[in-house]
Design a protein around this ligand. Sequence first.
Ligand SMILES: Cc1cc2nc3c(=O)[nH]c(=O)nc-3n(C[C@H](O)[C@H](O)[C@H](O)COP(=O)(O)OP(=O)(O)OC[C@H]3O[C@@H](n4cnc5c(N)ncnc54)[C@H](O)[C@@H]3O)c2cc1C
Length: 644
Amino acid sequence: MTVASALEALNDVLARYSHLPAPITDAVQKLYLAKSTKKKKKKKYVTDLGTIGQRVEGGQSETSKGSGLPEYDIIIVGGGTSGCVLAARLTENPNIRVLLLEAGGSGRAIPESRIPAAYSQLFYVKKHVHAFWTEAQSFANGAKKFWPRAKMLGGCSSINAQMAQYGAPGDFDEWASIIKDESFAWKNFSRSFRKFESYQPHRDFPNVDVSARGTTGPVQVGFNNSVSIWCNKFVQACLNVGIPSTNDFNGPNGTIGAARVMTYVDNKRERSSAEGAYLTPEVLARPNLVVAINATVTRVLFERDVESTVASGVEFANSEDGPRFQARAKKQVIISAGAVQSPHLLLLSGIGPTEHLQEHSIPVVHHLPGVGKNLVDHPIFDMNFLQKGCVQSFAYLKPKNLIETFWALSAVARYSLGAGGPLAMNYGEAAAFVRTDDPVLFPASEYPEKLIDSTSAKDSPDLEYFSTPSAYKQHTAVILEGHTYAIHVYLVRPTSHGTIRLLSSDPFAYPRVDPNYLATREDLVKLVRGVRLGLKISRQDPLKSILDHDSLDPQFDHQLYLKTDAELEDIVRERVETVYHPTSTCRMAPLEEDGVVDSKLNVYGIKGLKVCDASVFPSIISGHTAGACFAIAEKLADQIKAEL
Ligand SMILES: Cc1cc2nc3c(=O)[nH]c(=O)nc-3n(C[C@H](O)[C@H](O)[C@H](O)COP(=O)(O)OP(=O)(O)OC[C@H]3O[C@@H](n4cnc5c(N)ncnc54)[C@H](O)[C@@H]3O)c2cc1C
C-alpha cells in the first residue's frame, strides 16, 4: 500500500461523518465501545415491552382496577432531561413504583453524545433524533426550518451544547407572578437549581460565588471543558464595546455581562447528561424503578367516574406497526416528552381544543384550548468570519492531508487519555447577555426607534451572544471552508408565538410545528440591532486584528456592517434559525390565560395527570433551557414525595 492509498483509506473511515469534529469520533467510538464492554455492567433497560405491559388488541381505551394490566404508582412518559430527574428522585422513596418509558435508546451508549465536541453529528441521525421541520415560516421568507429534538435517554440534555446558563432571576419571578405561586420566585426556586448542581470550582475562576452554587447534586457544572483561544478574545472584545464583565451568569447579580460559559461537562471531560447524572447503576438497581427504551407512548388512558376523568395508564409500542401494550398508573401519569411532544401526546389522547381534535376524529376527553398554543422559541442569527491567516483552527479535525490526519489522531489520543483537547470543547464557549435598550451599546442617536420592553425585569437581558471557534450553516451540516470563526446572536425574549398542532391522528406521525418566527416587528428590529452589535464586536480588538475583515467572500459576513437596516432585515428573515429552546406549549398559567397546568403541574380538568418539562414554562426564559428543566423536575419530585 502506498502512503497515498493508505491515507485515502484512512480518510474514507474518517470522513464517514460530514463535519468538524466528526471524523475522529469513529476512532473514539471504537475506543469507548471496547472500554465500556470491558468495564461496565449492562444497564437495566427493558426492551421487551411484553414484560412491563399487557398486549392489547383493537383500541381498548379504558383501564380499570382488576383489569389485569401491570400496575405502577407513577408512569413517566419520556426519559429526557426532566423525565430522568423524576424517575431517579421519585424512586428514592422505595414505596413509589415507577415506570419510565422512553421512545429512543440510551444516550450514554452513543459516543457522539458523551464526547463534548461531537453532539452535532447526531442532529441528522433519525434513530437518535426526532427530526422535525417547521411549517413554512410566513415571516422568514416562507422557509421551513430544521428542528432536531433528541430521541434517547437524557433527551436534549444528551445532545445539547452543554452551556450551563439558567436564565435570569427575573424570569422566575415573572413565572411566580403568572401562576400566582411564590414557590417559583427565584428566591425560592433557586433551591431546585442548587439541588441538581454539583459545581466544580476552577482555579481560573476564583470569583464565582460558590455559596450560590449547588455542590452535591448529580449534574456536574463548571469549567471542565476545553476552550479555544477565541474564548477569551471574544470576552475581551465584548468588554471593549462596553458590555460589563460577570463572574457567573447564574449568580445572584443576574445574567447581564460577558464571560466564559459554565458547562455540563464532568470531571472526566464527558457530557453530564440527565441519563448519566441521574440513571446511575445504583439508581437503576432499585427494585421500584423500571426503565424501558424504544417505547413510544401512543396515548394516555382514562377512567371516568361521575365527577371526574382520571388518567389511569398509558398505551405504548416499539414501532408504528408493532403490537400495542398498556400499563396502569395507580397514582399519576407524568408527561415529560418535551415542548413538542408533550402537547402532541395530550392532543392524541383527546385533551386539547375540541374543534382541532374533531378535525382529526379524536374523541374529546377534555376541552383544553391552551394545549399546543404559546409555542415560543429563541430565533438565532449566525455571523460567520474568516480568520486572518490561521490563528487557531480546528479544520484539521476533518483531515485533508497526512499532516492534518496526524493532528486529528493526536486529538483522539489526547482525549482518550483523559487530557482534554479539542474533543473536550462544547463549541459555545463564551457568551454575553445584553439589553437592546442599553444606552451605551445602543445609543439613541444611532438607534432612535423605541422598542417594547419584553424582558422579565430591569436587569434581565433580551439578547444573547455566544461565539464558536468555527463557522457553519444548516446546524453544522455545512462547515464553511477555511479557518473560520463565528459569533451568534439570538433573541432571548421573543414576542412571536406559534403552535404545535396535529398533522394526523397517527401517533408516529410528526406534529405540525410552527414557531412563527419574527411575526412581530419588535422581534425583527431587535434581532437586527443584535446583528449590528455582533458585527461591532467582531471589529473590536482583539478580534479586529485576527479576523480577515477585508474578505469579500460572500459566504462570510465581514461586509455585512455596510448594509442598511432594511437590507439587514431581509437577510435576518432569510437566515433566522432555531437555537433549540422551544417552551410553553403546555403552559403553567391560569386557565383563562391559556394555561394547561396549574402550579403543581396538574393538567386542568383531569385527575392524576401532570406535565413536567420545557412545555410548562409560563414564559420563555432569558437564556438556555436545560437548567430550568432539571430544576422544575427536582421541584415536582419533592412535591410528589411530600404528597405521597
Ligand atoms: C441541539 C441542542 C442544543 C441545545 N443547547 C443547549 C445548551 O447548551 N444549554 C441548555 O441549557 N439547553 C440547551 N438546549 C435545550 C435543552 O437541552 C432543552 O430545552 C431541554 O433539554 C429539554 O428538556 P425536556 O425535559 O423538556 O425534554 P427532552 O429532554 O427533549 O426530553 C423529552 C424526551 O421524551 C421522549 N419522548 C417524546 N415523545 C415520547 C413518547 N410519545 N413516548 C416516549 N418518549 C417520548 C423523547 O425521545 C425525549 O427523550 C439545546 C437543545 C438542543 C436540541
